[in-house]
Design a protein around this ligand. Structure first.
Ligand SMILES: Cc1cc2nc3c(=O)[nH]c(=O)nc-3n(C[C@H](O)[C@H](O)[C@H](O)COP(=O)(O)OP(=O)(O)OC[C@H]3O[C@@H](n4cnc5c(N)ncnc54)[C@H](O)[C@@H]3O)c2cc1C
Length: 402
């Protein structure tokens, strides 16, 4: 921990007003970061963040905390690299300890096809500012001595891409850091305040409905994680989004020693070690779209089998806890940020299974759009209009391992 950061938080709660310049629906990382950057970068503090439950109760407090920028299209690499850079300085900027730790990330490949994909990724990443290099099996083993290079005799490792800047940070501390920073500057964060409808004046959205009555807003931003379809429906906006459950689990604590984050490009599973020593493990989202937050034994069974081929020591650990979040996944596996076609209503969505790493850049860019009315260049490729214009940002191959 840096000596300049605080471990205790000071969250200041307020009674709701009847009207704000900006109302943000959703007190997850994206909603709170947008409020924080509105206040700190643009001096806009007449802002309310309305959270149905408690802040960080959605995916921002349920994820596996991986921060990386090794995406497969230039627009995404630049966006996520910027986010990775903002994460590096977030403790210094906010004065909050988010337990940021740069670990590097190995993406293992078991076939020639996967090796080709990873070589191409390294070239494109380097060209766009994200450091990713190919490593041989022996080099991968030096970085992670626990790796079984034979993959349990079934999945031999042919090589890996090594994304050196990848990191982790404690997810709920990130949420609290942004909440505290925004609240200190006068932003109101209203917990247990679900938005139940949008107030409209003709074609324009002019506020939100809550159980305690309407709240007027100059601009409404939806930042609701796995619930955007409900909010968009209130304004008759149809989004190319499907909602899927995503599960993860942790084991009991193990001696510190798993250096890098280990991901597998073909088995679609990944492992990192938390500061407590627990192994934090996840895989692909459930294939069936659903709002269910039920965790399943089937997931545990298939995921544990895959990861223990790669890291056999995991077989000796116990599973402590398993949980699920619901993720809004866009048709091209890239985020959707910006205007909706309905005046007064903006969205930041489509963060699927990979949006924790994007919280700083997503918040910063959305704040700039709201404050200036102009779409910043980093955000421009991810507008909703790309689907109508046939400019999809297709990057499914970069999302499977978070
Ligand atoms: C198991 C799992 C592992 C993951 N691992 C990673 C990872 O390693 N790296 C990574 O980058 N990403 C990961 N993700 C994805 C990441 O967590 C999400 O993309 C990100 O947290 C989305 O943030 P958000 O602020 O948009 O949404 P959320 O954090 O879900 O916040 C949305 C908030 O909106 C609130 N809300 C919903 N409806 C309403 C309403 N009507 N009124 C008011 N409030 C409302 C919710 O209660 C919620 O608190 C993972 C996700 C899961 C589930």
């Amino acid at each position: 921990m840096n000596e300049f950061v605080e471990t205790l938080l000071e969250l200041q709660w307020h009674e709701p007003k009847r009207s704000y310049d900006v109302v943000i629906i959703g007190g997850g990382g994206h909603g709170l970061a947008t409020a924080y950057y509105l206040a700190t970068r643009h001096g806009i503090t007449d802002v309310a963040v309305l959270e149905a439950n408690y802040i960080g109760s959605g995916n921002s407090g349920r994820n596996t905390t991986i921060i990386r920028a090794n995406y497969g299209i230039p627009e995404a690499i630049r966006f996520y690299q910027h986010s990775l850079d903002l994460y590096r300085t977030l403790e210094a900027e906010t004065g909050c300890w988010i337990m940021h730790s740069t670990k590097g990330l190995l993406w293992l490949a078991h076939t020639e096809t996967a090796m080709r994909a990873e070589r191409a990724r390294c070239l494109l990443n380097s060209a766009c500012g994200a450091e990713t290099v190919m490593v041989t099996p022996e080099e991968a083993r030096r970085l992670c001595p626990q790796l079984d290079l034979s993959g349990g005799g079934r999945y031999p490792v042919l090589g890996a891409s090594h994304h050196t800047g990848a990191a982790t940070a404690r997810h709920d501390r990130v949420v609290w850091a942004y909440a505290q920073g925004a609240m200190r500057r006068g932003v109101h964060v209203l917990q247990h305040t679900p938005v139940t409808g949008l107030v409209r004046d003709g074609d324009r959205v002019t506020g939100v409905e809550t159980a305690n009555g309407p709240i007027a807003a100059g601009v409404v931003l939806s930042a609701v994680g796995g619930n955007v379809t409900t909010i968009a429906n209130y304004a008759d906006v149809r989004l190319p989004i499907r909602t899927h459950p995503l599960q993860a689990f942790v084991t009991n604590a193990y001696a510190q020693g798993l250096g890098p984050i280990i991901s597998d490009t073909e088995l679609f599973c990944y492992v990192s070690q938390t500061a407590r020593g627990q192994m934090l493990i996840g895989a692909e989202f459930d294939p069936q779209p659903s709002y269910s937050m039920q965790s399943s034994f089937g997931f545990l069974q298939s995921c544990t089998a895959k990861v223990s081929h790669l890291l056999p020591f995991l077989r000796d650990l116990r599973i402590l806890r398993q949980w699920t979040g619901i993720c809004d996944v866009s048709a091209d596996f890239s985020p959707i940020m910006g205007e909706t076609g309905v005046d007064g209503l903006l969205v930041t969505t489509g963060w699927g299974t990979w949006g924790f790493k994007a919280i700083p850049a997503g918040g910063e860019q959305m704040a700039e759009l709201i404050a200036t009315g102009r779409t910043p260049p980093l955000l421009a490729p991810f507008g909703l209009d790309r689907f109508a214009l046939d400019h999809a940002m297709a990057d499914q191959g970069s999302t499977g391992t978070r």
